[in-house]
Design a protein around this ligand. Structure first.
Ligand code: GRF
Length: 215
């Protein structure tokens, strides 16, 4: 197996994609080492998943005075934590705050994000409902580099599916999430093996973006 990719994961919610990474790492299927998880939400189930796996959790949700942490304070602590862990890659997996250009430039490794649409289409929130409202025949998810422009960095990989007539946004979200659970480990494996070079995408050994059909 290729050298494990040291990754730090940022989360805000359920953490099902984090769980896929944890399971793959623990089973020896995925060439990654999760060096730590940063959460900005004290109630996130992702926190429980992290602790159950025995992975270091940095919970940055409130200040000492009990107030919700500002994004500037979050970024200050998150940057120090990332520098301490010294990962090869930062993965945003359901991280729901917009990061500043300064923070992105200061992080000493590439940052990737998982987004529930076929970028560059449907940036932002509520992608599944918007896709259905527009009558799109296809939808999916993307892994892309994080830049100062929201959801606009280079797309590395995408997984596609066909929408179904009469489908609800919830049902479509569940189908897209199942795609994410395949796309994330595949993308990390390709990064660990050097097929995708996130630090300099022109060095990648495959044409980007890699587009996949899973169903
Ligand atoms: C995913 O659908 C991802 O596309 C979006 O946030 C969701 C995170 O889900 N950015 P989970 O926390 O991994 O379950």
């Amino acid at each position: 197996m290729s050298n494990p990719l040291k990754i730090a994961v940022l989360v805000s919610g359920s953490g099902s994609n984090l769980q896929v990474m944890i399971d793959g790492m623990q089973a020896g299927r995925l060439p990654i080492q999760i060096v730590g998880v940063i959460s900005n939400n004290a109630d996130a189930y992702a926190n429980t998943r992290t602790m159950q796996a025995g992975i270091e959790l940095a919970l940055l949700s409130h200040t000492q005075s009990g107030k919700r942490m500002s994004i500037a304070t979050f970024e200050k602590h998150a940057l120090a934590q990332i520098q301490d862990w010294s990962p090869d890659l930062v993965v945003l997996a359901g991280f729901m705050r917009v990061l500043s250009a300064d923070f992105i430039a200061s992080v000493p490794c590439p940052i990737i994000n998982l987004h529930p649409s076929l970028l560059p289409h449907y940036k932002g929130l509520n992608t599944h409902a918007r896709v259905l409202a527009s009558g799109e025949r296809y939808h999916g998810c993307s892994v892309h580099l994080v830049t100062a422009q929201l959801d606009a960095g280079k797309v590395l990989t995408q997984a596609n599916l066909a929408t179904h007539a009469g489908e609800t946004a919830d049902r479509l979200a569940k189908r897209v999430q199942r795609l994410e659970h395949q796309l994330v480990p595949l993308t990390l494996t390709m990064m660990a093996s050097g097929l995708i070079d996130a630090a300099n995408t022109s060095n990648s050994q495959i044409d980007l973006p890699l587009r996949l059909w899973f169903d």
